[in-house]
Design a protein around this ligand. Structure first.
Ligand code: ASP
Length: 329
């Protein structure tokens, strides 16, 4: 048998079913790459993933789809990818939660730095503070007055512990010295529906989810969380928290892509190449910029730099989260 195998060409071996999928090259055009989004469909992480899937399809040479594995503030989907077959066909798109969850969860079911291959960063996204359309406040000053008059009664939507909206909400409550009741959703897509419907009062969420609703005046907008005002037409009139006198309140979230630990080097290289091609795709850039996001152009698009950045973000947020005293099991 051995000598017979030796005498066959790779193509003949493939036809005979004796050559493994990996040896046949990655990706196989009949196999689908699935991007797991750890939040509900229709939200901002989902939106980035769907645009990215479209932009990566051509450079990768196979179909790329998005699957939502929502819950646990993003930890369920991340865990799913950490435990998935390391074959290059399952990847994760996650945000700053990758860096805040190690401090927020007592029993995180995966190791952020050890259980993933880092594939590169995607974008930096500002957060915006928004409210239900029926809120009596029309600007940040009026919001503060309303908050003071309604202490203990205010609801704040988020996408669960470890979500970007959770982190921003924590900073917001601590900066304003106001305690609010947090209402967790599986993603800020469904949370937005409730905010527009008036079931919750406030939310801090990515501009990729809020700019369209702000422009359509379906929600009230109070501030951006970046150091400078944004250029995006829908958001350019929104003041920064610094301008509003709330010092030290700055948060920009980011997205990165991950594969399960042990994914073959060939697949990692092709995924990183396809991601970098997407980041240079004018269509992708245009879509992201229109929503206030900034597509990564720096060295963080490289795998090693992405990993370094996440390690630095874990170190940055850990003392802030510890000081806030918030934990989940
Ligand atoms: N924006 C959400 C968050 O708060 C997640 C999402 O639904 O994409 O992290």
């Amino acid at each position: 048998m051995k000598s017979l195998l030796k005498s066959l060409t790779p193509l003949a071996l493939l036809a005979a079913g004796t050559l493994s999928a990996h040896a046949a090259g990655y990706p196989q055009p009949d196999k689908v790459v699935t991007i797991i989004v750890p939040f509900a469909a229709g939200g901002p992480t989902d939106r980035v993933a769907r645009d990215l899937a479209e932009a990566m399809r051509k450079p990768l040479g196979t179909t790329v789809v998005v699957d939502n594995a929502a819950g646990g503030g993003g930890t369920i989907g991340a865990n799913k990818v950490a435990k998935a077959a390391p074959d290059g066909y399952t990847v994760l798109l996650h945000h700053i939660g990758m860096a805040t969850q190690p401090s927020l969860y007592r029993h995180l079911p995966f190791k952020t730095m050890d259980d993933f291959e880092y594939l590169g960063m995607v974008n930096d996204v500002p957060m915006t503070i928004i409210g239900r359309p029926t809120l009596p406040a029309n600007n940040f000053g009026e919001l503060r007055t309303w908050l003071n008059a309604n202490k203990g009664k205010v609801n704040l939507a988020n996408a669960g512990i470890g979500a970007a909206s959770h982190l921003c909400g924590l900073l917001f409550q601590s900066a304003l010295k106001q305690e609010m009741t947090t209402v967790p959703y599986k993603g800020t897509g469904p949370a937005m529906t409730d905010l527009i419907g008036g079931q919750v009062d406030l939310m801090c969420d990515q501009s990729t989810n809020t700019s369209g609703q702000i422009e359509a005046k379906k929600v009230k907008a109070f501030a951006v969380t970046t150091a400078k005002r944004l250029a995006t037409p829908a958001l350019k009139d929104l003041p920064t928290m610094q301008e509003l006198g709330v010092k030290d309140f700055q948060v920009t979230i980011w997205h990165g892509m991950y594969a399960p630990k042990g994914t073959p080097p060939e697949a990692l290289k092709k995924l990183n190449d396809a991601l970098k091609a997407a980041l240079k795709d004018p269509e992708f850039i245009k879509k992201q910029e229109g929503l206030g996001a900034v597509v990564v152009t720096d060295k963080r698009m490289e795998r090693a730099e992405h990993k370094k950045f996440v390690a630095a973000e874990i170190a940055k947020w850990s003392p802030i989260i510890k000081a806030a005293g918030v934990y989940a099991d």
